[in-house]
Write a protein that binds this ligand. Structure first.
Ligand code: NDP
Length: 361
């Protein structure tokens, strides 16, 4: 069967496509320009006509995906701005509702749609260690966005973009549509769209909420600075001594979150697409907590050590700051429904540094 994957040239999407192709699926990927598709076609050349690419120039345009959804059996909607400088909320919400709308109108063959939301749509700022589940929603971010509008920080904008694209505006938040001139945004998010149209649709929805995604890159990357947001953070903190020693000085315990290997996330998407029980479910995808020092210690214990162009950072060896993690995720649902098993920190770190080494970084 054939799966439409939006934002095919991205870090996560490339691994989703690879996992699908390796498991016999056909894939139709969307990219914003033909040029962005060239690398993908070369990378997956061995799969021939099993992979086709279509250009969807502007996902915020009404009907942008009308042709792309034609004849596919499922959709993985992954395209969304991640900590970009421009508008994040608009493309996230309009892109998501747009692809669902196209699926409603022209996707008669579609059985399942998987939307890549985020742990950012789940967690909220807390002052004591908290374990979050699929029941949690980051409405605090939307509150802040409601108050600050375009002046909000990038964190608030990104987190709001993921909550609003997944859930839509709750009644309390809706007056924002008027206040901040975002009245062109759809009022619905993925879940409320499905609820409103459940009598008319042939498909069901599964939402995957990944936490920080790390691991080797297979998308087009020229140098460390052109990595996507999460993989770039990893490189800066774990492979670049100048930056990571600065972080060590500033106290590493401030940066403790949870992570998932990008290859596991690719697999989680395929399982979300093919597992009947995943229909209608919101599923957190997370391996566990980390601190930058955990990864630095891990890379320094690799045998043989990776050979990079720069010396390995040391940070504050052995300082375990995981105890200061504030945002834990309960990942039992992903194990129960999707059968997920997560790669270890050691495996991810080893393979990521092997990737850097192969690139001559
Ligand atoms: P990338 O930046 O590598 O990929 C983002 C993809 O979305 C690219 O294909 C990009 O296209 C496309 N995109 C971005 N903005 C727009 C826009 N305005 N219009 C159309 N397409 C756009 O990021 P990731 O692979 O890391 O992220 C993919 C998804 O996973 C996102 O939905 C993100 O929210 C989610 N996610 C990521 C996490 C992470 O740690 N990486 C964690 C949790 C969720 P182009 O190259 O043309 O800009």
């Amino acid at each position: 069967s054939k799966v439409l994957v939006s934002g095919a040239n991205g870090y996560i999407a490339m691994w989703v496509i690879r996992d699908l192709l390796e498991h016999g699926y056909s894939v139709r990927g969307t990219v914003r320009s033909a040029q962005k598709g060239e690398y993908i076609s070369k990378y997956f050349a061995e799969y021939g006509s099993k992979l086709e690419l279509v250009v969807v120039e502007d996902i915020t345009k009404e009907g942008a995906f009308d042709e792309a959804v034609n004849g596919v059996d499922a959709i993985a909607h992954i395209a969304s701005p991640v900590y970009t400088t421009g508008d994040m909320v608009g493309p996230a919400v309009k892109g998501t509702i747009g692809i669902l709308q196209s699926a409603l109108r022209y996707g008669q063959s579609i059985k399942r749609i998987v939307y890549t939301s985020s742990g950012s749509a789940v967690i909220r700022e807390v002052d004591q260690p908290t374990t979050f589940t699929e029941e949690d929603w980051n409405l605090k971010a939307v509150d802040a966005f409601k108050e600050q509008g375009e002046n909000a920080s990038n964190i608030v904008k990104y987190r709001s973009s993921k909550v609003l694209a997944e859930q839509g505006w709750s009644l309390v938040h809706r007056y924002v549509l008027v206040l901040f001139d975002v009245s062109s945004l759809p009022r619905l998010g993925a879940w409320s769209f499905v609820k409103e149209h459940h009598h008319e649709i042939s498909w069901d929805l599964t939402v995957v909420n990944p936490t920080f995604v790390f691991g080797p890159a297979i998308h087009e990357v020229a140098n460390p600075t052109s990595l996507n947001f999460s993989a770039r953070l990893f490189y800066n903190h774990v492979a670049d001594p100048a930056k990571s020693d600065e972080v060590a000085k500033q106290s590493l315990s401030n940066t403790v979150y949870t992570w998932i290997d990008v290859r596991d996330l690719g697999e989680a998407h395929r399982r979300a697409l093919e597992t009947p029980e995943a229909g209608g479910e919101r599923i957190i995808a997370s391996a566990g907590p980390w601190s930058w020092q955990n990864f630095i210690d891990t890379v320094n214990s690799l045998d043989p050590p990776p050979r990079l162009s720069k010396p390995l950072p040391k940070g504050n060896p052995g300082v375990d700051s995981q105890h200061s993690c504030m945002h834990y995720f309960d990942n039992t649902k992903s194990q129960r429904i999707l059968g997920m098993k997560y790669r270890s920190m050691a495996e991810m770190t080893r393979d990521t540094f092997a990737d850097y080494e192969a690139r001559g970084w």
